[in-house]
Design a protein around this ligand. Structure first.
Ligand code: ADP
Ligand code: MG
Length: 495
């Protein structure tokens, strides 16, 4: 072979190599676009499963009213416990004096000193401290949890000055807001049915939570009496009613979710006691445990449930509340990373950590209005150590936030509509112009603006134009603490 032939051969080899290189690039690109389509397939499938058209919401509201009837008919008759609260009188606005409240809800607990001043309703002077619950105490022993609470309570009481002492010579009285399912045995006692929201302290289940608190208060030498045991929904209902006599129900959207409402006592077949003078009885629905075949559940919800501390329980809560929304998002992102290499060749290590992505992070990403979605980029970087995301990827993350928050918000609206239906207040009736007011509270409702807006607009959509003037939603800020103090006042031993 001559020189020329050799040169030709080299050329051919070079051309072949170039062609091969181009096809590797093309193949990589093709692979990249195939991965993107795969990721989008995961997103679309998730969105389809989360869909909650108005017809489905109406079915859900109907299912909610059916379960409400069943839960009122007999103990254990429904997934909805419909717990009788023993609160048959809501505040009138006449309450006076200084009372304490203790609010144990999930993420933090708060101690309040509430100065009830009778007529002047515009503001109720309140002092409080908020203490994060050390996560380790959520799963250890009843003794340790209640000792911690009693110690903080004693520290707060010690800040009391002369004039804020309730009534010198009298025992201090406390409204205890304990927001876990409790079988109430009187206004000031009740046994814990089960833990929710990440708490799991075996030895407390079946015990009287007031008894546990009393023992701890004794151990720390604090002389105080629990006058009322309520949960946050009942506190919020009482606090709301103090300001607005048309409040008929209260909903909490915080770490968990729950609802309470005012029922006619003679519509509660399982109530064996005497008919209250008011004719009313407040019911704690424990609606977080609602479940229905109409719920738009996905594989991510099923997996989250199986991995949770309370599998098979609180299914409604796990689709709606602050403890879980961020975790659902993490699970979808993890699947996209594992099955479509959405974040690159390797699955980001941090993304494998359950509950690392909290709902407030999700809310920040969802509300990012910057043109380059810089808040999304920084959350992904800071929390998940995912760097170098493209704008297109970040847009997908925002879309996922929207899907998850929208589903939660629409389901909560359907639940509220179910309560209104049970009360016969979902439509305007001839000759009736009484308003129905729903008091809402909780960190999710308060801070997650898009969630709140979607919930409110969906409720309007369900109620329809005609009746929407007669139904109001109010934010009962701090209602639960003040409400508990109000109920302590109306159940004081000194009345
Ligand atoms: P709890 O329900 O524990 O009594 P809160 O009502 O204060 O307490 O609710 C706290 C929960 O609210 C948090 O666990 C979180 O899920 C949610 N939350 C708090 N801040 C935000 C936020 N900015 N955006 C979305 N959710 C939030
Ligand atoms: Mg709370």
């Amino acid at each position: 072979m001559g020189k020329k032939a050799a040169a030709v051969t080299v050329c051919v080899v070079v051309a072949a190599a170039a062609a091969a290189g181009a096809s590797v690039v093309a193949r990589r690109q093709m692979k990249k676009s195939a991965k993107w389509s795969r990721a989008m397939g995961i997103v679309r499938e998730f969105q389809d499963k989360c869909d909650s058209p108005i017809g489905k919401l109406r079915n859900l509201a109907d299912a909610m009213t059916v379960e409400m009837h069943a839960g009122l008919a007999s103990e254990g008759g429904s997934k909805l416990k419909m717990i009788i609260s023993y609160v048959d009188n809501l505040p009138t606005g006449e309450e006076e004096g200084c009372f304490y409240a203790l609010d144990l809800g999930g993420t933090n607990f708060r101690v309040l000193r509430v100065h009830l001043g009778g007529k002047d309703k515009d503001i109720i002077p309140t002092e409080f401290v908020e203490v994060p619950i050390p996560p380790c105490l959520m799963t250890r022993s009843s003794h340790e949890l209640f000792d911690f609470i009693a110690e903080e309570l004693a520290k707060f009481v010690a800040t009391e000055d002369e004039k804020s002492h309730p009534f010198p010579g009298r025992q201090r009285e406390l409204g205890f807001t304990f927001s876990f399912p409790v079988r109430q045995t009187s206004i000031s006692s009740g046994t814990l049915i089960k833990w929710t929201k990440g708490f799991s302290i075996e030895d407390a289940v079946g015990e009287d939570v007031v008894g546990e608190l009393n023992k701890a208060m004794e151990r720390v030498g604090l002389d105080m009496r629990v006058a009322a045991l309520v949960n946050d929904t009942i506190g919020t209902l009482a606090g709301g009613r103090y300001y607005n006599p048309n409040v008929v129900a209260a909903i909490i959207l915080g770490t968990g979710t729950n609802a309470a409402y005012v029922e006619r006592a003679n519509a509660i077949p399982k109530w064996q006691g005497p008919l209250p003078r008011s004719g009313d009885m407040v019911i704690n629905m424990e609606w977080g445990n609602f479940r229905s075949s109409h719920l738009p559940l996905t594989e991510y919800d099923d997996d989250l449930d199986v991995a949770s501390l309370n599998p098979g329980e609180q299914i409604f809560e796990k689709m709606i509340s602050g403890m879980y929304l961020g975790e659902i998002l993490r699970r979808v992102m993890l699947k996209m990373a594992e099955e479509a290499e959405f974040f690159g060749d390797t699955v980001p290590e941090k993304l494998k950590n359950p509950f690392i992505l909290r709902t407030p992070h999700m809310s920040t990403m969802h509300h990012d209005t910057s043109s380059d979605l810089k808040d999304v980029a920084s959350k992904l970087r800071d929390i998940l150590e995912i760097n170098n995301t493209t704008l297109r990827m970040r847009k997908v993350i925002v879309e996922l936030c929207d899907t998850i928050a929208t589903r939660g918000a629409r389901l909560s609206a359907a639940g509220i509509y179910g309560i209104l239906k049970k009360l016969g207040r979902e439509i305007t009736r001839e000759g009736e112009d009484q308003k129905s007011v729903i008091a809402l509270d909780g960190g999710l409702f308060e801070h997650y603006k898009k969630f709140k807006q979607c919930m409110e607009s969906t409720l309007k959509e369900l109620i329809g134009e005609e009746a929407s003037d007669t139904i109001d939603i109010i934010h009962s800020n701090d209602g639960s603490g003040i409400g508990a103090a109000l109920l302590a006042a109306s159940h004081s031993q000194y009345l």
